[in-house]
Design a protein around this ligand. Structure first.
Ligand code: PMP
Length: 310
């Protein structure tokens, strides 16, 4: 089969059973491996959905310049989609995101605007958003998808990621957990799972130093892509049954274990998700199924703590 563009090869990522990281007296854990998706992360899906919908609404045309504030992967996804579709792209990122993300965005031909993160990621993301708004006000060609508020971000997960999971799981899903960046993943997948399996237990997962849903403060942490220090507009705050807090150490250890014990090369937030999934699997017990996402590839983290000493 021949794909017309790389975007036609997006999605349909595999759902993989964890073997060594599962425990005998706990539920099985299935992980959706987005690191091998086109563009190396789950965010190609949301970039595609937001741009396609904007085209269909007539919000963008050939002269449009796509500008997006992002803590990383959404910028890579948008740069890729814009490369294929021929749009100019300008991505606004905190300087605390990995150097690999900035290089990837530039390599796909987009411009990068870097905003300094002085240790308060929430403030920095707010500044990224304000910069995008200023660019939009100054130039009518600028279109800002605004992933934190864009329902198409959520729809990409509700109708694509979630339905792939349901089809592949070959049976009921009893637990699901996810970290929150824009909240698109947990809200979209959560809404579909709750519709099909009303008793499914859903956990929102937060970094220890950015546990704002739990009433905590926001500080620096290493779980890039989640815990941005804001409660996103598209987050469905009624979708999760509980909140699980994961430390940087636990997330890093789990991401390393995924590579060494399961052969899954993943980023830190995948470690976060699986650390939480293991707790949920223990709670639900044997005979049950817990699903989580591995949002991106570990090859995006060479310059970070994940690869320290290697
Ligand atoms: N992990 C990583 C590595 C990400 O880039 C993102 C997206 N920001 C997430 C998790 C969280 O996904 P969402 O934005 O759908 O909440």
């Amino acid at each position: 089969m021949i794909y017309d563009t790389v975007l036609d090869a997006m999605g349909r990522t595999p759902l993989i059973r964890l073997n060594r990281l599962c425990e005998p007296d706990a539920a099985e854990i299935l992980v959706k491996y987005e690191g091998i998706n086109v563009g190396g992360s789950v965010k190609t899906r949301t970039a595609w959905q937001m741009i396609e919908a904007a085209e269909k609404r007539g919000d963008i045309g050939p002269d449009s310049i796509i500008v997006e504030p992002t803590s990383g992967n959404q910028g890579v996804g948008l740069a890729l989609v814009c490369a294929v579709k021929g749009y100019a792209a300008r991505i606004i990122m905190p300087d605390s995101v990995s150097e690999e993300r900035r290089k990837l965005v530039r390599h796909y031909g987009a411009d990068v605007i870097v905003i300094h993160d002085d240790g308060d990621i929430g403030k920095c993301i707010a500044e990224c958003i304000a910069t995008a708004e200023r660019l939009a006000a100054a130039d009518p060609r600028v279109y800002v998808p605004q992933q934190f508020e864009n329902e198409d971000n959520l729809f990409a997960h509700k109708y694509h990621t979630a339905l792939e999971i349901v089809e592949d799981a070959e049976g009921p899903i009893h637990g699901f957990c996810s970290g929150i960046g824009t909240g698109g993943t947990i809200s979209g997948i959560g809404q579909t799972l709750k519709r099909l399996y009303p008793d499914v237990e859903i956990w929102a997962v937060e970094p220890e130093n950015a546990a704002i849903l739990s009433g905590g403060g926001i500080g620096t942490h290493l779980q890039m892509g989640i815990g941005d220090g804001l409660i996103p507009a598209i987050l469905d705050q009624g979708i999760y049954d509980d909140i699980c807090i994961v430390s940087d150490e636990e997330a890093l250890a789990c991401a390393r274990e995924l590579a060494r014990e399961e052969g899954l090369m993943v980023g830190v937030s995948s470690g976060t998700n699986v650390a939480a999934a293991r707790r949920l699997a223990r709670k639900l017990g044997p005979g049950k199924t817990v699903v989580t996402l591995l949002p991106d590839t570990g090859e995006r983290y060479f310059s970070t703590e994940l690869f320290a000493g290697e």
